[in-house]
Write a protein that binds this ligand. Structure first.
Ligand code: SF4
Length: 297
């Protein structure tokens, strides 16, 4: 059964794990830059703002990156906007910016905290691997707790909504996604937190430490593929489905994430049997809806 599932996931991967489809994803912004320091900055802001609808995400991130561009590019702009004077300039530039719950004060908080890390470490990735080398989860929790505490004093009332820790129980989709982008390395993910990256002065993370970024659509797909029976999207479900994928691809448990996400983002799965759509779907032979459909005849 596992080998059958892997076969069809690989078919779906071949169809959707393609750079031509990056423009349907916030990772698209990272690929607009070639300097790895800029790429990390863009990945951080794009991932944390990846909630709400795709159109709104694209608009909010584009406006932010335009301002960064006007001040020398993302990496340089972080240092410029972190000073008291720079913060005022940034607020003037971003007066009308709003991303659902978050306002420019929350971006200022992120900029100040990120700049502080960059003063002391080569990069955010370098900071994360320096905290607890053996466990990504410990590094992650330490980082998020620290930034939430400090960010409250700088940002608006919803600053903490930008950051989540697995140890608090939520599914933490955005940060799982950031780690996937920065730790996996192929034509989609940039792998800048892996050993040997110019962003790191020490050993990096490995793809086998990653967790699946779980949103409602990927969660539903995992249910349809029989990878979980849980109904609630939380960290327990993230762990369960990541383990299920780890059985299929032990060194790279989030290998199928980008290709699975395309089914939702490109509106190619309606989470119900639709013969016209489902007959085109590579996952149809292993989808639970297929079984239900067969029994109804
Ligand atoms: S077979 Fe249909 S319902 Fe199942 S995953 Fe594919 S598109 Fe979605």
């Amino acid at each position: 059964m596992a080998s059958q599932l892997k076969y069809y996931l690989d078919q779906n991967y071949k169809r959707f794990h393609r750079p031509e489809l990056l423009d349907s994803d916030p990772l698209f912004f990272v690929h607009q830059y070639s300097n790895p320091f800029d790429q990390e900055a863009v990945a951080l802001f794009s991932a944390l703002l990846s909630y709400g609808n795709v159109k709104q995400i694209k608009k909010s991130v584009s406006l932010l990156l335009n301002v960064f561009e006007d001040f020398g590019g993302p990496h340089r702009a972080i240092f410029q906007f972190a000073s008291k004077k720079g913060q005022k300039t940034f607020l003037n530039e971003m007066t009308h910016w709003k991303h659902r719950l978050n306002d420019p004060r929350d971006l200022i908080a992120l900029i100040v905290l990120y700049a502080d890390v960059l003063e002391r470490y080569q990069s955010l990735g370098d900071y994360l691997v320096s905290i607890h080398r053996s466990s990504l989860l410990e590094s992650w929790h330490f980082w998020v707790t620290d930034w939430k505490k400090k960010g409250k004093k700088i940002g608006g009332p919803y600053f903490s909504h930008l950051l989540s820790s697995p140890l608090d129980g939520s599914a933490c989709k955005r940060l799982c996604m950031l780690f996937r982008w920065m730790v996996r390395k192929d034509k989609i993910d940039v792998g800048l937190w892996q050993t040997g990256s110019p962003l790191l002065t020490q050993q990096g993370f490995s793809p086998n430490q990653l967790f699946l970024p779980l949103d409602t659509h990927v969660g539903s797909l995992c249910q349809l593929l029989g990878l979980t029976q849980k109904k609630t999207l939380n960290w327990k479900m993230t762990e369960e489905v990541t383990e299920a994928f780890r059985v299929l691809t032990p060194k790279d448990p989030v290998r199928y994430d980008f290709s699975l996400c395309r089914l939702g983002i490109l509106d190619l799965c309606q989470k119900r049997w639709n013969v016209e759509i489902c007959e085109q779907c590579q996952l149809q032979p292993v989808c639970l809806f297929r079984e239900v459909e067969k029994k109804s005849f």
